[in-house]
Design a protein around this ligand. Structure first.
Ligand SMILES: *[C@@H]1O[C@H](CO)[C@@H](O)[C@H](O)[C@H]1NC(C)=O
Ligand SMILES: *[C@@H]1O[C@H](CO)[C@@H](O)[C@H](O)[C@H]1NC(C)=O
Length: 188
C-alpha cells in the first residue's frame, strides 16, 4: 500500500504535469495511521459504503461497452456517484448515520436522512472529502459482525452495526482524482 501511495503522489509532485481539474470525479482512500483501516479503499456495495472489499455494480446486457464497474467513483462535488445510469445515484446519510447511495431508477431516500452537505476540498498533495451535516466533521468506519468496516458520518448518535459507536474509527477521506471514462453503469 505504501508503494501505491508513492506511485500516486508522483504525478502530483511533477511540476510539468498539467493542472488537475479543480473539481474532478474521485475515489476515496481512508487515512488513519496505526489503524487497520489506514489506506483502505472505499467501496460501494448494497447501497452502502465500506472500507476494503470490492465494488458492487451492474450493467444491463443490452448496454454497449459496459464500463468495468470495479472502482467506486464519486461525481464532482461528491453528492452523487459517477455512473452512466439515467437519473444518476445520489449520496446521502441514512437515519442510522450510514453513508448511502440511492438505487438506480429511484430517487427514494428514507425520511429522516441527511442530504449533506458533502464537501470536496482540493489540496496538495491530497484533496479531501467531508460530510458536514448534523454537526459532523467527516466520516468514521465501524466494525460489523462479519468483520468489515462500514462507513458512517462521524456522528456520536449513529446507530452502528455492533451497537457501540466507541468502536468506530474516525478517518480522513483522501479524495484521489479519477481520470478516464465513467467507471460504472450503476452501483448496486
Ligand atoms: C478493473 O477491471 C479492468 C478490466 O477487467 C482491469 O483492467 C482493471 O485493472 C480493474 N481495476 C481495478 C481497480 O480492479
Ligand atoms: C444526531 O445528532 C444530530 C446533531 O445533534 C442531530 O441533528 C440528528 O437529528 C441526530 N440524529 C438522530 C437520528 O437522532
Amino acid at each position: 500500500m505504501k508503494f501505491t501511495l508513492t506511485a500516486l503522489a508522483l504525478p502530483l509532485l511533477a511540476t510539468a504535469a498539467p493542472a488537475p481539474p479543480a473539481n474532478p470525479p474521485f475515489t476515496v482512500m481512508a487515512a488513519r495511521s496505526a489503524s487497520p483501516i489506514h489506506y483502505l479503499q472505499l467501496n460501494a456495495a448494497g447501497q452502502k459504503f465500506w472500507l476494503g472489499g470490492t465494488t458492487a455494480s451492474y450493467c444491463p446486457s443490452q448496454v454497449k461497452d459496459c464500463p468495468a464497474g470495479n472502482q467506486t467513483v464519486f461525481a464532482p462535488g461528491g453528492t452523487s456517484m459517477d455512473t452512466e445510469v439515467p437519473g444518476g445515484q445520489q449520496v446521502y446519510i441514512d437515519p442510522n448515520g450510514a453513508l448511502s447511495f440511492t438505487q438506480a431508477h429511484s430517487a427514494n431516500i428514507p425520511a429522516g436522512s441527511s442530504y449533506g452537505p458533502f464537501v470536496y476540498e482540493a489540496g496538495e498533495p491530497w484533496s479531501h472529502y467531508f460530510y458536514r451535516g448534523w454537526g459532523a466533521s467527516g466520516f468514521m468506519a465501524c466494525p460489523t459482525e462479519d468483520n468489515r468496516w462500514q462507513v458512517f458520518g462521524a456522528l456520536a448518535n449513529a446507530t452502528v452495526p455492533k451497537g457501540d459507536v466507541n468502536e468506530c474509527l474516525g478517518f480522513s477521506a483522501m479524495a484521489i482524482t479519477y481520470e478516464g471514462d465513467v467507471p460504472a453503469w450503476q452501483y448496486i
